[in-house]
Write a protein that binds this ligand. Structure first.
Ligand code: DGY
Length: 324
């Protein structure tokens, strides 16, 4: 009898057909995302789950699914999944590292440049009809902050952090980095987190969200940042204390922020960050290119097929489930 697999969204690419050859597959086809309640209703009796980062796979859901044999997430981050609960049951969790590195680094750089040079503010200025003869080019008109030659602090020097460092060197930036376990990367000076915050004109966050990184950029650390610095976050919203950040931006202590991720997504319209002109925002689009999303889907399907055919997943978050 074929195993049953739930796929919580239509996925890009052609490989989804290959998956259907290995299982009895249900794809959630309704518009929008599958709700938590919908997932709870659709998953019983399934042996496998192919999900997105918007699907919360918590301990209660896992406990309620006795047939579950694998989970494959089309994401590199897995903070939406209770990994210890899966591991305790011997259930492998797949994810999609590697393929989104350059795309996400491009996004971080794009947001950093946009915040530094006030690109979004300038766009609004024209569209609102404010660019008039009386309000036009002047020595201090839309002045921003130089990126070239500035100091960039990278918080988390994994693959994405390193890809951001490569881009920064092309801009003649001095690159500092902090990583929990020190990593030596040519052209990057490893420093303490405190030194990084005190010395950097731009700080870009590239950490996974975990118990040890949640709230890492709290009010105390934000206060350590150089006056006039810019914070960029394309990692996870939960790493940054949003109200402390909003206060630092509103007071002018920080020049700007560029955020692709929020503590709660979709971000609430009354989030104070949205009211600040010096904040550039994006709706979690770090990996959003057609090619990268197709590659992520391919890896998610490869992980699922491996699980269905009794092989170890090629990209497994908890490979200890395969040891006896
Ligand atoms: C991931 O895969 O974790 C990214 O946040 C997607 O952009």
């Amino acid at each position: 009898m074929k195993k049953r697999v739930l796929v919580t969204h239509q996925l890009p690419g052609e490989r989804i057909r290959e998956l259907s050859a290995h299982c009895e597959m249900t794809i959630w086809m309704d518009p929008g995302l599958l709700t938590a309640q919908g997932l709870r209703e659709e998953l019983p009796g399934c042996h496998g789950l192919v999900c997105l980062l918007t699907d919360r796979v918590d301990a209660d859901l896992i406990a309620a699914m006795p047939d579950l044999e694998f989970v494959s997430s089309m994401s590199v981050g897995v903070d939406h999944v209770d990994v210890p609960a899966l591991t305790a049951r011997g259930i492998p969790l797949g994810h999609t590292p590697g393929v989104l590195v350059n795309t996400t680094a491009d996004t971080a750089f794009a947001l950093m440049l946009a915040a530094a040079r006030r690109v979004v503010e300038a766009d609004h200025f024209i569209r609102m009809g404010n660019w008039t003869k009386e309000n036009a080019w002047a020595p201090d008109f839309f002045t921003g902050k130089d990126v070239s030659g500035a100091t960039l602090g990278i918080v988390g020097l994994g693959e994405i952090g390193q890809a951001v460092a490569r881009r920064a060197s092309g801009f003649g930036m001095k690159v500092l980095a902090w990583n929990r376990s020190v990593r030596e990367v040519p052209g990057v000076e490893s420093v303490s987190l405190e030194a990084l915050l005190q010395r950097s004109d731009f700080v870009s966050v590239h950490l996974a969200l975990s118990d040890s990184t949640r709230g890492l950029m709290d009010a105390r650390r934000i206060a350590m940042m150089k006056p006039g610095a810019v914070l960029v976050n394309t990692a996870r919203g939960g790493i940054v204390d949003e109200s402390a950040l909003a206060q630092a931006l509103a007071s002018g202590r920080l020049a700007a922020a560029a955020l692709d991720v929020f503590e709660s997504e979709p971000v609430a319209m009354d989030n104070p960050l949205l009211a600040l002109p010096n904040v550039v925002v994006a709706p979690h689009i770090g990996s959003a290119t057609t090619q990268t999303r197709a590659s992520m889907a391919d890896i998610a399907i490869d992980n699922a097929i491996a699980a269905l055919t009794g092989e170890p997943m090629p990209h497994c978050v908890n490979p200890e489930v395969y040891s006896d």
